[in-house]
Design a binder for this molecule. Structure first.
Ligand code: SAM
Length: 359
C-alpha cells in the first residue's frame, strides 16, 4: 500500500536483489562477523570465506537499503538496528527463516518457480529440488532439525495462548497428530494437569518430542510415538489434534489424514483441527507459500468442514484460540449425545502408527 503522494514503483516491489542480498548476508552470518566494532570488506571477506570485490557490492547494497552502515573514514561496515534482526540471537528469531541453508530459507527460494505453480497448480519445491519438501527433510537431517526449530520458534508465545484459550481440560487423552517437537502438547499439559497426551510424528521429530517431555518433567503424562499419519493412528484417545497439519497438504492428502483420525476416533472422540483460517487473518503471502511449497493452502472454516464431512466427521464448534489460529471441533457422524467418554485411553492401549519413543 502506498501512502498518498508516493509514486508506486512496481519495479521496487519486484526487485529480487534486495531480498537475496539480505538472505545471503544472513546465511554468511555477516551481522555476527561484523560484530559491534564492524569490519572492513577485506576483514569480512576473510572471516566469511568470500570474494572481497563481490562482498563489497553486497555490503554497499545492504547500506543502500538500511541493513548495514559504513563508516567511510575507516571503511568499516556494521549492522544497523534493522540489520541486527539477522543475528542468530536476535529476539525476533528471523535468522532461521532467512538462512538459505535452513529448511524455511531454502523453501522460500523455490518461489523463483512460482510461474510453474500458477500455470499447473503444482508445487514449485519438487520442481526446484527434485523431491518434495518432506522427502528433502527425510534425506537431510540438518534441514529437518532447522524445520523443527522453526516450528518451535513460531509457537513459543502462541502455544501458551492456545493452551489457555481452549477447553483441553475436558479430555483425558490427546493424540497430537504430527505434533512436532511437542511444544504445543507440553503447553496444554502444563495448563491442564488432568490431561495426558501423545505426540505422533516422523521418527527424528518424535525423538525430539520425547526429549521435550523429558526436559519438562512430563514423562508420566506425555509420550512420543514415531509414525506416519497416513497409517492407522493410535485408537482410544478422546481427542485427536491436527495443529497446522492440513494446510501443508492438498485436499486428497488432507482427506486421507482426516480419515485416519476418523478411523481411530471413538464415537465420542473429538478431532480438533487447529489452523490459520483463510480470510480471517491468514497471511496471503503465507497462503501462496503453502501452495508453492507443499501444494497446500489455508482454507476457510466451510472448506475444512466439507473436507471433514467427506471423512464422516461433523463440525461441532469453532473457537478462535490465538491471533491467527482457530480450533474447529469435529466428531464422528455416529457420535452419541451425552454418552460418557471412554475412560481407558492410556498410551499403552494405543495401536498402530509406529514405535513408542518415550514414556
Ligand atoms: C507444520 S508442522 C506442525 C507441527 C506441530 N503440529 C505444530 O503445530 O507445531 C507439520 C508436522 O507434520 C509432521 N509430518 C509431516 N509428514 C508426516 C507424516 N507423514 N506422518 C507424521 N508426521 C508428519 C512434520 O514432521 C511436522 O512436525
Amino acid at each position: 500500500m502506498n501512502t498518498p503522494g508516493e509514486s508506486p514503483s512496481i519495479l521496487a516491489l519486484a526487485d529480487l536483489a534486495t531480498p537475496m542480498s539480505i538472505r545471503v548476508a544472513a546465511t554468511l552470518g555477516l551481522a555476527e562477523l561484523a560484530g559491534d566494532t564492524g569490519g572492513t570488506v577485506v576483514e569480512l571477506a576473510a572471516r566469511s570465506g568470500t570474494s572481497a570485490p563481490a562482498l563489497e557490492l553486497l555490503l554497499d547494497h545492504l547500506v543502500t537499503v538500511g541493513v548495514f552502515d559504513c563508516d567511510r573514514a575507516s571503511g568499516r561496515y556494521r549492522t544497523t538496528c534493522l540489520g541486527d534482526q539477522m543475528r542468530a540471537d536476535a529476539p525476533e528469531g528471523f535468522r532461521i527463516l532467512l538462512d538459505i541453508d535452513s529448511a524455511g530459507g531454502r523453501a522460500e527460494l523455490a518461489f523463483v518457480e512460482l510461474l510453474g505453480t500458477i500455470v499447473a497448480g503444482a508445487p514449485a519445491y519438487p520442481r526446484r529440488y527434485g523431491r518434495s519438501f518432506w522427502a528433502d527433510l527425510d534425506a537431510e537431517p540438518a534441514l529437518r532439525k532447522s524445520f523443527d526449530a522453526q516450528m518451535k520458534w513460531r509457537f513459543q508465545a502462541m502455544a501458551g495462548q492456545i493452551a489457555e484459550q481452549f477447553d483441553w481440560g475436558r479430555f483425558t487423552h490427546i493424540v497430537d497428530v504430527g505434533g512436532g517437537d511437542g511444544t504445543l502438547l507440553m503447553a496444554i499439559l502444563r495448563a491442564h494437569t488432568g490431561v495426558r497426551g501423545q505426540v505422533l510424528d516422523l521418527a527424528p521429530t518424535a525423538a525430539l518430542a520425547a526429549e521435550t517431555f523429558r526436559a519438562a518433567g512430563l514423562t508420566d503424562r506425555a509420550t512420543a510415538l514415531s509414525g506416519n499419519f497416513f497409517d492407522p493412528l493410535p485408537t482410544g484417545a478422546d481427542a485427536y489434534l491436527l495443529s497446522d497439519i492440513l494446510h501443508d497438504w492438498d485436499d486428497t492428502h488432507a482427506r486421507a489424514i482426516l480419515a485416519e483420525c476418523a478411523q481411530a476416533a471413538d464415537p465420542n472422540s473429538v478431532v480438533v483441527v487447529l489452523e490459520p483460517i483463510r480470510g480471517e487473518g491468514a497471511n496471503t503471502a503465507i497462503n501462496l507459500f503453502m501452495l508453492m511449497c507443499f501444494a497446500g493452502r489455508e482454507r476457510t472454516v466451510e472448506e475444512l468442514t466439507r473436507l471433514a464431512a467427506d471423512c464422516g466427521l461433523t463440525r461441532r464448534a469453532v473457537t478462535r484460540v490465538a491471533d491467527g489460529r482457530t480450533a474447529i471441533e469435529f466428531q464422528p457422524a455416529g457420535h452419541l449425545e451425552q454418552t460418557p467418554r471412554p475412560v481407558d485411553a492410556t498410551p499403552e492401549s494405543a495401536a498402530g502408527g509406529g514405535g513408542l519413543v518415550a514414556e
